[in-house]
Design a protein around this ligand. Structure first.
Ligand code: ATP
Length: 383
């Protein structure tokens, strides 16, 4: 393991609660991690602690096996060999691009430094720009230079704090992919903070969802999207809703289907769902549950007996994102190819086509209260 954060807590003076509360996470060498979460959830504080800019009240931080923080040890930020890229580029305006990139290489012989600067410019796709000044570059180019400057001294770990947030949406997406490519080519291990889950998914191998100082889940983007461990993670990631349902069956084999033993069924107002529980604490039959339905689980199908009314629609080029209301008022989201252009107020047929079925004990049932207070927080079902 390359970066190991264990039970890290950070508390600012005169604040009632910890900004980072008992967080543990790990990155393998060359792995890219991202932290997402609402404003104030502790992402930047965690990053700053790893950089050595914020003291930890409890826990440990190890890099390549060496203790940086914890057990009475505190390696100063300068001694950690950790690079940082911030959202505001922070290039020196009075230095040209080559001098900006070479800034952290002042101990190096001049010819060697020039070689590194040239290699870094090439790496970020800006060869020949060494003589320009930051104000002569676009925002995206400036951020590439900031990345080149951070990578030039060959840091052991790179930290990126909202690196794309001051760029426009299209550029962000392109740069996010380019940055992933550059970091993978250089074998850099990196941890990024972002508000934007699409950015996290585009860049990272492993993504953490933070909430009120706690890390709710640290997992692959795929697992976070399809198997969110908590109600909050389910809600925070992706376009989805939690639809109320009733658990029809918990352990008896469903009849007539191969390999269906142990499947459960959930009756919802939009149809019956069947899936395999991964959860080791199955709920009793007739328990009220909330089922996670992503926009891509809800198909438009005129032949379906289940109808929903278009409440809102948002054009996304290839698709419409429809907000739909069932007869009982519960809402769903649906991504529909944009040649199916339905008016607000129109009733359309829908069919649930779930490959993964994620349930949580219903917030409204007393059972949920008992479970929330106890050990179980999520019932993750799949098929
Ligand atoms: N220097 C500080 N002094 C006191 N409290 C602070 C300080 N820095 C951050 N906090 C508090 O710590 C908590 C976590 O803040 P932090 O900036 O780490 O969150 P964040 O998830 O990075 O938020 P954002 O996405 O808005 O940058 C917040 O409640 C914040 O108000």
């Amino acid at each position: 393991m390359f970066l190991e954060v264990e039970h890290l807590s950070i508390r600012y003076p005169r604040t009632p609660s910890a900004a980072v509360d008992d967080v543990s996470l790990r990155l393998q060498p060359g792995e890219l991690g991202a932290l997402i979460g609402p404003s104030g959830s502790g992402k930047t504080s965690l990053l700053r602690a790893v950089a050595g800019l914020e003291p930890a009240q409890a826990g440990r931080i190890r890099l390549a096996g060496a203790l940086l923080e914890g057990d009475g040890i505190r390696v100063a930020a300068e001694g950690r060999r950790i690079g940082m890229v911030f959202q505001d580029f922070a290039l020196f305006p009075h230095l040209d691009v080559a001098a900006n990139i070479g800034f952290g290489l002042r101990g190096m012989a001049r010819s060697q430094r020039e070689q590194v600067v040239t290699a870094m410019l090439e790496l970020v796709g800006l060869s020949g720009s060494g003589g320009k000044f930051p104000h002569q570059l676009s925002g995206g180019q400036q951020q590439r230079i900031a990345l080149a400057r951070a990578l030039a001294p060959q840091p052991r770990l790179l930290l990126l704090d909202e690196p794309f947030s001051s760029l426009d949406v299209e550029l962000r997406e392109r740069l996010a992919h380019d940055v992933r490519d550059i970091l993978k080519r250089t074998g850099t291990t990196a941890l990024m903070v972002t508000h934007d889950q699409m950015e996290a998914f585009a860049v990272a191998d492993v993504v953490g969802v933070m909430r009120q100082g706690r890390l709710e889940q640290w997992d692959s983007p795929y697992a976070l999207y399809h198997r969110p461990a908590t109600r909050f993670a389910a809600d925070f990631i992706g376009h989805g809703v939690l639809l109320q349902g009733t658990l029809m069956q918990t352990s008896a084999p469903a009849s007539g289907r191969d390999g269906s033993e142990g499947e459960i069924e959930v009756q919802t107002a939009a149809g019956l769902l069947r899936g395999m529980p991964l959860h080791d604490q199955p709920l009793p039959a007739n328990a009220q549950v909330d089922v996670l339905l992503r926009a891509d689980d809800v198909m438009h199908d005129d032949a379906s007996p289940f109808k929903a009314r278009v409440v809102r629609k948002s054009f996304r080029g290839a698709e419409f994102l429809y907000t739909l209301a069932l007869e009982n008022g519960q809402q769903l989201l649906s991504l529909v190819p944009s040649h199916h252009d339905h008016a607000v107020g129109e009733w359309i047929g829908i069919r649930l086509d779930v490959t993964h079925l994620v349930t949580f004990p219903s917030m409204e049932s007393s059972l949920a209260a008992a479970l929330e207070a106890g050990t179980a927080s999520a019932g993750v079902l799949t098929r």
